[in-house]
Design a protein around this ligand. Structure first.
Ligand code: ZN
Length: 274
């Protein structure tokens, strides 16, 4: 565990913890569960230019006049600003929770925030190539925040919001994506539209990737405690793209080509929802 992770260890599971699974946590493996480090062959770097990555959107997808909000989870500077990200903010259900967390990491210490940022940039390219306007919750991968209460409201003028994350279960055997939607939603109509978005994202992700059926056959969980979703005024989902501590998924998540595959699946889900 690196210093940047140990700094905030108590926080790591605060956002997305579920029974038996450690979401967004970089918990150390137990003595009997020591994973083999993954050596990435094509490790992605958040500072790499992305211009050489050509969007592969099929011709014919027209998202003109559509506005899509993307939230790459966490931020690269969160770990070095504990007092800022530990402060309490409204959770959208009358309570409070921490502004943000550092996110999880692969066992070779590739941070979730870099993965989220890489996928979001590629998805932004796909969407813009199809004519859509894209609104992002953050503009770089070196800053701090925004806090979770602003990770829904930034999308107020968009048609929908997709929050991109990766999970960090303690067991390296846990594998697969899952999709999270707010329930209850702030209105029946918004809840229905968000559920439709969750279905579309789950079906699109299930093409190239494995659903984590611990969350049901569609790998969708419905939760009242996630501030970004609670504070969204448009249909919104969190996609936990995979498990960063699973060696095979970590290898995919660390590579540019793998991140492109995730972006393409998310693009498919968005176009299917429209
Ligand atoms: Zn996360």
């Amino acid at each position: 565990m690196s210093p940047r992770h140990s700094l905030l260890a108590p926080l790591l599971c605060a956002v997305l913890a579920l029974p038996g699974l450690t979401a967004c946590g970089a918990n150390p493996p137990s003595a009997t569960d020591t994973p083999t480090p993954v050596v990435p062959e094509e490790r992605s770097n958040s500072t790499s230019p992305v211009a050489q990555d050509t969007p592969t959107t099929e011709p014919g997808i027209d998202l003109s006049d559509r506005t899509v909000a993307l939230d790459p989870g966490h931020n690269g500077g969160n770990a070095s600003h504990p007092s800022e990200i530990n402060r309490q903010v409204p959770d959208g259900r009358g309570g409070t929770k921490a502004c943000n967390t550092t996110g999880t990491a692969t066992d070779s210490d590739y941070p979730e925030t870099d993965f989220n940022w890489g996928v979001a940039q590629k998805l932004e390219q796909e969407l813009e190539a199809a004519g859509a306007e894209v609104v992002m919750s953050r503009n770089d991968n070196e800053g701090v925040g925004p806090c979770v209460d602003e990770r829904g409201t930034f999308a107020d003028d968009a048609d929908l919001m997709v929050s991109i994350h990766a999970n960090g279960s303690e067991s390296t055997k846990v594998k697969g994506f899952h999709v999270i939607v707010a329930q209850p939603g702030s209105s029946d109509e918004l809840e229905d539209d968000s559920n439709r978005l969750a279905d579309a994202m789950s079906q699109a992700m299930a093409g190239p990737f494995t659903p984590n059926k611990a969350y049901g056959k569609d790998a969708i969980s419905r939760r009242p405690d996630l501030a970004g979703l609670n504070n969204a005024s448009v249909p919104a989902v969190i996609v936990e793209c995979g498990e960063m501590r699973n060696p095979s998924e970590a290898k995919t998540m660390e590579s540019q080509s793998g991140q492109r595959k995730y972006a393409e699946a998310l693009m498919q889900g968005i176009t299917d929802w429209y």
